[in-house]
Design a protein around this ligand. Sequence first.
Ligand code: BGC
Length: 425
Amino acid sequence: MELSRRRFLQVAGLGTVAASGALSLVGCSGSGDGDKGSASASTGGSDKPVIFYNRQPSNSSTGELDMTTLNYNKNTYYVGFDANQGGELEGQMVADYIKAHAAELDTDGDGMIGYVLAIGDVGHNDSIARTRGCRKALGTGVEKDGAIQSDAVGTNTDGTATVVQDGTIKADDGKEYTIRELASQEMKTSAGSTWDAPTAGNAISTWASSFGDKINVIVSNNDGMGMAMFNAWSKENKVPTFGYDANSDAVEAIGQGYGGTISQNPAVQAYLTLRLLRNVFDGVDINTGISEADDAGNVLSEDDYKYSEDERSYYAMNLAVTADNYQDFLDATALYDGASAQLDADTKKVWLSTYNSADNFLGATYKPLLKKYQELLCLDVDYVDGDGQNESNITNKLGDPSAYDGFAINMVKTDNGASYTSILG
Ligand code: BGC
């Protein structure tokens, strides 16, 4: 029986020496050629690990989790971040900014602060949580069936919309201001791509040309759209713009007037996405290198993520990035401090999809992190990018699942888990 490299080092009593890097033995072995040679016995057939990430299998109308997909086999998990905590944090960041700067934001002195909101995807849990978090913190949300509505309002410069209402905020200077959501729109192309940055750039230009003097704050469900709006209009017009993701370009822009962003702890997510695969391949406890340190010393702090057994989901925790701390977040692709040590393991072959090659967060932040972690975790990853519109553009490229040891999936639409699991068998 062939011993894996890691097992060999343990048997030989060299594990800790190897982990410290004193021996050149540490590293990856084998070519990672899927079932055709390297798949471990414990992950054969339909028990191969399947990690959904960033787009949680769920009903895009109700948000209800798709537990059939999440329980596809015993090695199926979701990796994302705590969408509600993040959405509330973004809303709070905007509200705190308004409270501290209300008098200067209210340029025409009418006691009203107007904002516009860029919505990413009305059927995506993350997007919904951010819209709700913003409306909740600013007092503009209107509840329906026990939850704040997250639909786009269109234009509401006169305050007559019913999806939102005018809110009130007491500023730090003691004065009360009315807060109005002047407009919001899902940033979707006519071909169907969501979270679309160019669409957001066009939207702010259109809004600004008809009611620009009323726009005091811009809120965006992500930095890709936020930066498009910043570059198209708000930088020049000095209107604070808030986004989400803490992509490097957005963090840097905080020094030039971008209002702030939220880090969804992408290093933790990229690590978890690949680490869960690794742990299944190795047949070790699923929390190795996560809640428990591995042989190389990799471990996550319990403050940075949580696991919900019922939801089969790992969630990274979010952090607010503002003018006060942005210097610490300038490199969005920096590895997680406690989990950056090389493993000593057999290389395994992974198929990984992203829903849209044009997505800013996945392209600029998540994928570069995956590429760093795949080396440390001895994974040979085939990346497949979609067009953001049709699931089949991705699933077509999964012709031979038997060539892979495991799968990491980012769907175009959160409802479509079965499009993948049906191919996996
Ligand atoms: C990110 C967005 C991204 C989306 C893609 C979200 O979690 O914040 O920037 O466009 O995921 O699914």
